[in-house]
Design a protein around this ligand. Structure first.
Ligand code: DGP
Ligand code: MG
Length: 186
């Protein structure tokens, strides 16, 4: 069996969907129509918007309620439970915003609401995922770096903004085939 680290935003919780939806509700269309999730090209959402609108983007994802109300990505919650049922040790490994005031508590609330207290106890909240041991890290960030050489193998969670990243591309429609080829799966 394996120790599997699963990222939260962009893997379990749909940050992109809610950002776009909130932008469309809050911003007059003559300013900017917003960047639809399938049109996103940079890992950081702000970088897909013109310079003069970046503070407005940041105000959306730092506002109270943003992280609490992210919709789950289809198939994500079932996949976590299925990995655990197969005997793996599964942890949610997430990096909070440096503007932590709403983000950190609401990330815990999200896990409690959608997965329950048992999974709150499985959360690892860190700015540097290379300091966390594991066999696999499922993460939508194209390059996950930090202070140490990681013990885990990064498996990229497939998103429009990480298409340049090489290697295996996992999503909740193919995860059993991708992880099934990994030594330690059975
Ligand atoms: P993680 O999914 O654990 O790698 O965390 C990445 C965080 O970055 C997540 O909370 C979403 C957030 N994020 C998305 N777009 C931007 C952005 O434009 N600027 C910043 N600072 N954070 C962003
Ligand atoms: Mg992420």
């Amino acid at each position: 069996s394996m120790l599997i680290l699963v990222d939260q935003d962009g893997v379990l919780a749909d940050f992109e969907h809610r950002l776009y939806q909130t932008w469309q509700q809050a911003t007059p269309t003559h300013e900017h129509p917003g960047v639809a999730p399938h049109e996103r090209r940079h890992f950081y959402a702000k970088d897909d918007y013109p310079e003069h609108l970046r503070d407005a983007v940041q105000r959306i994802y730092t506002a109270p309620g943003f992280f609490r109300n992210l919709p789950p990505i289809d198939g994500a919650l079932d996949a976590l439970q299925a990995m655990l049922a197969r005997g793996h040790d599964v942890r949610i490994c997430t990096s909070p915003l440096t503007l932590y005031q709403n983000c950190v508590g609401e990330k815990y609330e999200w896990v409690d609401r959608h997965l329950g207290a048992e999974w709150v106890a499985r959360m690892v909240v860190t700015k540097d995922k290379t300091l966390v041991h594991g066999d696999i890290l499922i993460d939508d960030k194209p390059h996950v770096t930090g202070a140490r050489t990681p013990t885990w193998q990064h498996v990229v969670y497939d998103q429009p903004y990480n298409q340049q990243a090489p290697g295996l591309r996992l999503h909740w429609g193919n995860w059993q085939e991708i992880l099934g080829t990994h030594p330690g799966w059975d």
